[in-house]
Design a protein around this ligand. Structure first.
Ligand SMILES: C[S@@+](CC[C@H](N)C(=O)[O-])C[C@H]1O[C@@H](n2cnc3c(N)ncnc32)[C@H](O)[C@@H]1O
Length: 181
């Protein structure tokens, strides 16, 4: 596992693309994953793997025969994720979340967990991410996003029928969890 300080430096140096000065706290990861019932979920997606904090929370709770697709555009984070999750059912994809369709092919996801800095992503790519995520979920599937901006709720409403918002202090800075289906 890479030194956390090295990963934090990478996060901070690329703040215009990562959108954060620190990684998600274990308490936030626990809370985020608690909104998913991973038992029986066969295809799971994560957007913005980063240091693997959310990846670990998902991996610890998913079925052994489930597949996890982790999208991350930062090469150093991808290399580190590949070392930390050397499992055949965890696919570390060093590509943008907007190319989700290409990797899932005909599979439908039960859950998409996202920590993407959506407000920093160009509108065209962001809209593709929303559209392709809603299309790639199965009937009961959920898109679970952590974000600092409440206003993202109005973006999600255009692509999902329901958006539930939870504000949590279990992170610094405090954050919203939005559950869309
Ligand atoms: C706020 S960090 C979250 C990292 C970690 N998952 C956490 O919760 O602490 C957001 C991550 O999304 C990645 N990212 C940004 N745009 C992306 C995109 N279009 N596709 C995939 N990953 C992206 C960044 O490189 C960064 O690692």
């Amino acid at each position: 596992m890479a030194n956390k300080g090295v990963l934090l430096k990478e996060l901070f140096t690329n703040i215009h693309k990562t959108g954060a000065v620190t990684f998600s706290s274990p308490a936030l990861v626990k809370k985020m994953v608690s909104y998913a019932d991973l038992k029986g979920a066969k295809t799971i997606v994560e957007f913005g793997g980063g240091d693997g904090s959310i990846t670990s929370g998902i991996y610890a709770n998913m079925d052994p025969d489930a597949e996890l697709f982790v999208f991350e555009i930062n090469k150093s984070f991808c290399e580190n994720l590949s070392k930390d999750f050397p499992y055949s059912n965890v696919k570390i994809i060093c590509d943008s979340a907007e190319n989700l369709d290409h990797y899932l092919q005909d599979k439908k996801a039960s859950y998409i967990f996202s920590s993407l800095p959506l407000t920093l992503i160009h509108r065209t790519s962001r809209e593709k991410i929303y559209q392709r995520s809603s299309r790639s979920l199965d009937e009961k599937g959920k898109f679970i996003q952590i974000c600092y901006s409440y206003f993202l709720k109005f973006h999600f409403r255009r692509y999902f029928k329901q958006v539930r918002t939870i504000f949590t202090l279990k992170n610094f800075p405090p954050i919203f969890i939005m559950i869309c289906n």
